[in-house]
Design a protein around this ligand. Structure first.
Ligand code: RB5
Length: 169
C-alpha cells in the first residue's frame, strides 16, 4: 500500500443500519469539503441491513487496495466497525469520539479509518470531529512512525508464518 501525494482525500464511507442516518448527513459534508477529492458510499442503503462486519471489510479492503486513502465507518457504537476493520492486514481503525483522540488516531497511529457511534455522540459533534479529522496528516518522519512499524512488522511475521511474539523489555 503506497501512500499517495494528495491534493485531497479519497474517502470510503460506510455504515450499518444503526449508523445510516449519520452516514447520510456526513456524506454531504464530505462531498462539500475542499479537502475531499472523492467519496464512495459503501452502504448500507436506506432499507439495508448488512452487518457492520461486511461493510467494514468492504471499505477496509478498498483502502488496502489503494482505491481510497481513508475510511469513515459508522455503526451504533463505532466498536464493531473498528473490530472488523482491524482484521484486514495493514488497516488501522478505531472509534474516537473526542477531538484529541481523533487527532492522535491520525498523527500517532497513522490509522486510515475513523469509526463513529451514532448511538453514542450527537450529530453536531460527529460532524465536527470528521471536519477536524480531514485536516490531520500522518508525518512519516515523526517518532510515531517507528511505533506504527512495530504493528506492521507483527503483521509481516504472521503473513510469513513466523512466530508473532518477540521478546520485549
Ligand atoms: C447494532 O447492530 C449494533 O450492534 C452495531 O451497530 C454496532 O454498534 C456494533 O458494534
Amino acid at each position: 500500500m503506497t501512500p499517495r501525494t494528495f491534493p485531497a482525500w479519497r474517502i470510503g464511507i460506510g455504515a450499518d443500519d444503526a449508523g445510516y442516518s449519520y452516514k447520510e448527513t456526513i456524506k454531504l459534508d464530505l462531498e462539500a469539503s475542499p479537502l475531499v477529492d472523492a467519496v464512495r458510499d459503501f452502504g448500507v442503503a436506506a432499507d439495508g441491513h448488512d452487518a457492520y462486519g461486511l461493510v467494514a471489510a468492504n471499505v477496509g479492503e478498498a483502502i488496502r487496495a489503494g482505491e481510497f486513502d481513508r475510511g469513515l465507518l459508522i455503526c451504533g457504537t463505532g466498536l464493531g466497525m473498528a473490530i472488523a476493520a482491524n482484521k484486514i492486514p495493514d488497516i488501522r481503525a478505531a472509534a474516537a469520539h473526542d477531538s484529541f483522540s481523533v487527532e492522535r488516531l491520525v498523527k500517532s497511529n497513522n490509522a486510515q479509518i475513523l469509526c463513529l457511534g451514532q448511538r453514542v455522540l450527537g450529530i453536531e459533534l460527529a460532524r465536527r470531529l470528521v471536519a477536524e479529522w480531514l485536516t490531520y496528516r500522518f508525518d512519516p518522519t515523526s517518532a510515531s512512525a517507528a511505533k506504527v512499524a512495530v504493528i506492521s512488522a507483527y503483521e509481516g511475521r504472521l503473513a510469513a508464518g513466523a512466530p508473532g511474539r518477540q521478546a520485549c523489555g
